[in-house]
Each structure stands twice: as C-alpha cells, then as structure tokens.
Ligand binder design. Structure first.
Ligand SMILES: Nc1ncnc2c1ncn2[C@@H]1O[C@H](COP(=O)(O)OP(=O)(O)O)[C@@H](O)[C@H]1O
Ligand SMILES: [Mg+2]
Length: 232
C-alpha cells in the first residue's frame, strides 16, 4: 500500500531584503502519493519556484516540515541535503540550466559522476537516456549547438539519469514554442510514468495541468486543491 511520498506541512517562507519583508509561503501544506503527477498552478510571483526549491532542499523555510520519502529535509545539514537531492531528486528548469562548457552527454552524466558511479554504469545510463530523448547522435554537442527544445530534452535526461524518485519541473515548456513544448512534455510524462516517478510540474498551461492526476494552486501563500476552470 503506497503511503504519502511528500508531506509538506505548514510551510512559511518570507524573503527579507534590508527592512523590506515579503511573505511568500504562509502555511502551505500538501500531501502527494508515490507516482502521482501533480500540476502546480499560480500567478507569476505567487511562490511556485520558491516551493519547488524548498521541496528539493535548495531553499530553506522559516518554519514547517518537508517530508520526502520519510526524510524531513528541513532537519538535514546542508551537505546531507545536497546528497539527498543528488540521489533522489531530479530538477528541470525553465531556462534549461545546462553547463555550457560540457557536452550534452557530459551534462547528463554529471550527476552520476558526482554520485561516484562506475564508468560502465555512467556510459550505459547516459547512452540509454540520449536514445530515450532521441539525441543519440548529438551527445558530443555543446548546449549552444542545440535548439531550445533539444536543450530541454537534455535537461530532462539529466534530471532522470539517476532514476530519482521525485522529479520537479519548473515551467519546463515556458521558454519553448507550443509544439516543441508539447513534445518535451509528452517525453517527460512518458519517461516518468514508466518508472512510477513522482512528478510535480509547474505550468501555466491549463491543458498540461488537466493531463495531471491532480491540480494544486498556490495563492496568497497557501496551497489548495482545485478542479474545474481557472481565471488564468
Ligand atoms: N531570492 C529571493 N530574494 C528575494 N525575493 C525573492 C527571491 N526569490 C523570489 N523572490 C520573490 O518572491 C516571490 C515569489 O517568487 P517565485 O517563487 O519565483 O514565484 P513564481 O515562481 O510563482 O513566479 C516574488 O515576488 C519574488 O520576487
Ligand atoms: Mg517561477
């Protein structure tokens, strides 16, 4: 019986700059089951990226708990947080964030190198992912030698190569034309559904959101379950 995989409870996060303070998360709570695909909707500036960064342990909360697979990330040291992320989480960004000085294959292999996998395992998994994203012949290209949609496919491969239990995707199609975006998204869904990977996807597209198992909105620092139609 699969239990809750992510349990976010009463998250508070306020950004402070000088004497300005901006509360972004104000008691956000959410439970996600293993293998679920959850679409996160919210207006620009509502705190979606902040929330994904908190779930991945990149950003810290002021208070609240973030349980991922039974581990409370808010209690981990910086180092243990990094190790947890490297082993169990894949992150895909809106602007790809590939390392410009590494080839596509090297970008994909990076997390395996960091996890000290064997050379044979690195080659096998990298080749497998390059084929899965249909870029087997382009592995030696650098990011700036690839089209936007190809770069995002490499970013997806990089996020999935270590078979993470959780993938966080932050507006992955936001920087692509509609058709390319749809293809990138179909690929992401295909690769995650196959492995029962839990997927949290920030999107502005209602069509994308409606293809998820659940839709959650972030508004005024709170998360809410939604069905039906939206204002944006
Ligand atoms: N590092 C930061 N320092 C200060 N303010 C930030 C920082 N990151 C985000 N913010 C502010 O917090 C709010 C939420 O940002 P963000 O999480 O990026 O929202 P979204 O992804 O929904 O557009 C915005 O008003 C943004 O300006
Ligand atoms: Mg954002």
């Amino acid at each position: 019986m699969p239990g809750p995989f992510i349990q976010i409870d009463q998250l508070h996060r306020t950004y402070r700059e000088g004497d300005q303070s901006q509360p972004v998360l104000r008691g956000a709570s959410l439970t996600i089951q293993v293998g679920e695909m959850v679409a996160l909707l919210g207006r620009s500036g509502s705190g979606k990226s902040t929330l994904l960064n908190v779930i991945s342990g990149i950003d810290r909360v002021d208070s609240g708990t973030v349980m991922v697979d039974g581990v409370d990330l808010t209690k981990l040291s910086e180092r243990d947080n990094t190790l947890f992320r490297r082993r169990h989480i894949g992150f895909i960004y809106q602007f790809f964030n590939l390392v410009p000085t590494l080839t596509a294959a090297e970008n994909i292999a990076l997390v395996l190198e960091l996890n000290r996998c064997s050379r044979a395992e690195i080659e096998e998994k990298t080749d497998h992912l390059l084929r899965a994203i249909d870029l087997a012949a382009q592995g030696d290209r650098f990011p700036d030698q690839l089209a936007g949609g190809e770069q995002q496919r490499v970013a997806i491969a990089r996020a999935l190569v270590h078979s993470p239990k959780l993938v966080l995707a932050d507006e992955v199609t936001g920087n692509l034309d509609a058709e390319t975006g749809q293809r990138v998204l179909a690929l992401l869904k295909d690769l995650t559904v196959r492995n029962r990977t839990t997927l949290v996807l920030v999107t502005h597209s209602l069509a994308v959101a409606q293809s998820a198992d659940r839709i959650v909105t972030l508004e005024d620092g709170l998360l809410a379950e939604r069905q039906g139609h939206f204002a944006w």
